[in-house]
Ligand binder design. Structure first.
Ligand code: NAD
Length: 278
């Protein structure tokens, strides 16, 4: 399958912006932090564990911004469990004390766990909703309070999933959390549009990150996954990060309340791609 040429340069649309990316110590969050830094933003990299991975993301963000000629931007790492109200409060205090302002929040932190729905342990269910959905709400509240207090708008971008609209059997809590992202995004977008605040979401398909360790290094399982994807391949974190950067930028200045699916066509009912008589 043809891979896109990512050696081409892209614009620096985020000069002067300050952004916070949750769950940015690996995977999509790391790629988003790096891409925002490449485009000129100063980035706060949130992590909950493995500080050494957050340090790696920090080093990558620093290199990314200096390689692109943005000098030494003041990127930071900041620890917090996004489901913990107190830790989220402290994280925002830390970020705002350092940056003085925030322009963009990326709600990326999330995880999933497989279980038949009728046997799903209720504590696991609660934890997934708490991190994936309630964590995004807690962070959004803090960002919105800041955007409103300082005036001049701001942007929130939620990391949803194709499972915002495609059911995911055996992943009930995850499906519910991403379904909830739709109305989180749309409700906040409508409520705060009058104050110049845009709220959008990105819906990735199957992306090559650690959340997919169950299949990404197994050729047979990976083949099963790609056989469902119209573009015929798994996506890269960088391809998803590019969508976040677009939504954070003024190129998306008239877009709010939307979920932009970056999924290689997964949302197109691929099972119907061959002629099918109803
Ligand atoms: P990942 O497992 O590599 O990264 C998830 C990140 O979230 C990790 O850095 C983890 O430490 C962090 N995290 C988990 N719980 C946290 C908490 N309580 N507080 C703060 N951070 C926490 O997986 P990924 O693929 O990079 O996932 C990122 C986001 O993308 C998730 O919201 C996921 O649902 C979404 N997504 C991923 C895919 C995919 O195929 N990879 C597809 C659709 C959506």
């Amino acid at each position: 399958m043809l891979q896109p040429d990512r050696s081409t340069s892209f614009p620096s649309r985020l000069l002067g912006q300050h952004a916070l990316v949750t769950g940015a110590s690996q995977g999509i969050g790391r790629a988003v932090a790096v891409r925002l830094a490449q485009e000129g933003a100063t980035v706060a990299i949130n992590y909950v564990d493995h500080p050494e991975r957050a340090e790696e993301s920090l080093a990558l963000a620093r290199t990314a911004s200096s390689d692109r000629g943005h000098g030494k931007l003041d990127h930071i790492i900041v620890k917090a469990d996004v489901s913990n109200e107190q830790e989220v409060g402290t994280m925002f205090e830390t970020v705002l004390a350092r940056f003085k302002r925030l322009d963009c929040l990326v709600n990326n932190a999330g995880f999933q766990k497989e279980s038949p729905s009728d046997a799903l342990d209720i504590d696991t269910y609660r934890r997934i909703i708490d991190v994936n959905l309630n964590g995004a709400v807690l962070c959004a509240q803090k960002a919105l309070a800041h955007f409103v207090a300082r005036g001049g708008g701001g942007s929130i971008i939620n990391c949803s999933s194709v499972h915002q609209i495609i059911p995911k059997p055996d992943y009930l809590a995850y499906s519910i959390s991403k379904g909830g992202m739709a109305n989180l995004t749309r409700t906040l977008a409508l409520e705060f549009a009058g104050r110049g605040i845009r709220v959008n979401a990105v819906g990735p398909g199957a992306i090559d990150t650690p959340i997919n360790d169950a299949w990404r290094d197994d050729p047979k399982k990976r083949g099963e996954v790609t056989s469902h994807i119209p573009l015929g391949r798994v996506g890269t974190p960088e391809e998803i990060a590019a969508v976040f950067a677009f939504l954070a930028s003024d190129d998306a200045s008239y877009i709010t309340g939307q979920t932009l699916y970056a999924c290689g066509g997964l949302t197109l009912y691929p099972a119907f791609r061959d002629n099918w008589a109803s």
